[in-house]
Design a protein around this ligand. Sequence first.
Ligand SMILES: Cc1cc2nc3c(=O)[nH]c(=O)nc-3n(C[C@H](O)[C@H](O)[C@H](O)COP(=O)(O)O)c2cc1C
Length: 416
Amino acid sequence: MVSKNASAKPDILDSRRASAQLELKDRALAATYEGITIADASLPDNPLIYANAGFERLTGYPVSEVLGRNCRFLQGPGTDPDAVAALRTAIREKHAVTVQLLNYRKDGAPFWNRLSITPVLDASGAVTHFIGVQSDVTIEKEATDALQKANERLEAARQQAKRELEAAGVVQRSLLPVELVHVPGYNFAFKVKPCSDVGGDCLNILPLDESHLAVYILDVSGHGVAAALLSVTLSHMLSVVPDRSFLYQASTANPGSYSIAPPAEVVSRLNRHFLANPGALQFFTMIYGVLHLPTAEFRYVSAGHLSPIHFMPGRTPRIRETGGVPAGLLPAATYEEHSLTLSPGDRLYLCTDGVFEAEDHSGQELGVQGLIEMLDRNRDLPIEYVLASVMRSVDEWSAPAGLSDDASVLAIERSS
Ligand SMILES: Cc1cc2nc3c(=O)[nH]c(=O)nc-3n(C[C@H](O)[C@H](O)[C@H](O)COP(=O)(O)O)c2cc1C
């Protein structure tokens, strides 16, 4: 009896323990917030044999309605067929899978279901069941989608801004002369190297009458569309159409006739004109001058711009006085006129700051002295070659980052 009782007791204890454990697992599954489903892999079409309260809460289907059915009843018109195909393949090939797909609750309301299915193996390694875990990721998915849409809109706006900037760059570059005037006794050349962003350099040499040339080089503050627009406006104001240009002044004595405006008057008028538009907050530096062809006298004004660099055969290059306030900044700005005369063989170089402020990889600027040395090294070459060589050197100097501002040079030579 003793031995019989002794052998029966552990059995009872074991089975009690086992059933307590099963009960615990049951309660744990039932209490899980996520949906949990078990499908019988040995029956045709993998019907559900278990669904927890989480599944009921998530889908709105009472457990009694879903047992014995394949879980595809949650799918509907918006369900991605590719996600369903991924499920089908995984179940057929008996491996685990996780997908995110649109499902529908019993009341027809859609929700995003992150579904993981895992095969359950018996002791022999055969798949007997599949266990499915369903999580409602609607809020997460909507937030991700909204973020993606916002990113797409941002990217579209960025592309649009880029296209507009490119268009502005095209317009701005179209202002540059295709070629400069041809005048006996003089040679002219220019080079403009636009930066990757749209800068605002502009230059030209234009005949004012048969003995005077207007010469200008200007650099608009800032970059981008606003800079391009200002240089377009300026190039119209600096045209040789007398009644629309700042380069001429109307004669009071003789209505309908025009005379060449002195450089200081041109720059002062531009200054006043752009101050009149304080909302724009844009200014520009420039050199404007008038070259009298018979005497080779160049009368010019600098508005905050590097003054002309004067090369004379056999002499040290001379940088003319700098100065003047950029135009469009100060109502009280006054502009002083300077004069120089080109002897045969003399050259004048007018440069924007993009040239001498070009930075190398360590942030060091080329500098005005560096620029003069470059020009000096090539002083025996024709001016076109000098400019080409200077631009090549500026390119090399600013590599690999490249220029952060337009770099422009205009050269005037009195033939020897
Ligand atoms: C345990 C288990 C749970 C599943 N749960 C879902 C579910 O919540 N939502 C769903 O769209 N599909 C679910 N499925 C997948 C579908 O039942 C079915 O396998 C899928 O639609 C691919 O097969 P079909 O192309 O024959 O429909 C589940 C499958 C299993 C085995």
